[in-house]
Write a protein that binds this ligand. Sequence first.
Ligand SMILES: CC(C)(COP(=O)(O)OP(=O)(O)OC[C@H]1O[C@@H](n2cnc3c(N)ncnc32)[C@H](O)[C@@H]1OP(=O)(O)O)[C@@H](O)C(=O)NCCC(=O)NCCS
Length: 217
Amino acid sequence: MTLTSKPLDSRTWPAFARLVEKHNGIFGGCWCISFHLDPEGGRVPSKLYRKMKEERVREGRAHAALVFDGKEAVGWCQFGPAAELPNIRSRKAYEAGLEELPDWRITCFFVDRERRGDGIATVALREALNMIAQLGGGTVEAYPEDYTGQRVSSSFLCSGTLGMFEKAGFTRARKIAMHRWVVAQDIPRYGGTEKLAGAAEPRKPRARKPTGRAREA
Ligand SMILES: CC(C)(COP(=O)(O)OP(=O)(O)OC[C@H]1O[C@@H](n2cnc3c(N)ncnc32)[C@H](O)[C@@H]1OP(=O)(O)O)[C@@H](O)C(=O)NCCC(=O)NCCS
């Protein structure tokens, strides 16, 4: 498998939309909009999510590193300035201990259900960090789950795993829920041709066992 990555933008929107549609809009039609929503803004009808997401993407108000295998997008890592992604999980606990907002947040991963377990989310994270570096760098926070040593439903892991982030150079800042951490890292501005080590290098595919997870998004 040869993976490449591209930013989510108006050119890559069709590939992103195909991946979302293949998974029924993901979680019954969320279109990866929830982290963008104003937490105090009241309920937004879900039938608007696709349109809202597309508008944001076309206006440069929604960022993600999209991972491609050939022409097909097979996964993403959503990131953006803190103001673009205000609706994080465990927000109240987060805000109670908040000293300073980060420049960037990494909030959501998704990998094609037929392609999981091959390191695609790990590649997406590295590519997101490279894109952040190219966009000027700064402090980056994420809110991954710590289920070290356990196998859990992959839908619990949409914010990534603690291990993925620690391997990518993040350190633990504080805990905001039983299994959820704030992790942080300073990413220097991209200054030339260097890329973060390991970018776009997938793991060797693992032998697959039937998982019974086919119904999940
Ligand atoms: C979570 C998810 C992104 C992982 O993608 P992936 O490409 O299979 O992940 P990787 O192969 O890069 O593995 C990353 C790490 O997660 C761990 N991991 C992946 N799935 C796991 C599971 N079900 N339980 C425990 N750990 C798991 C891997 O072991 C790996 O850990 P390591 O770095 O210590 O080896 C994928 O399962 C997914 O898309 N789940 C659905 C997420 C979702 O619903 N998103 C909503 C979008 S709106």
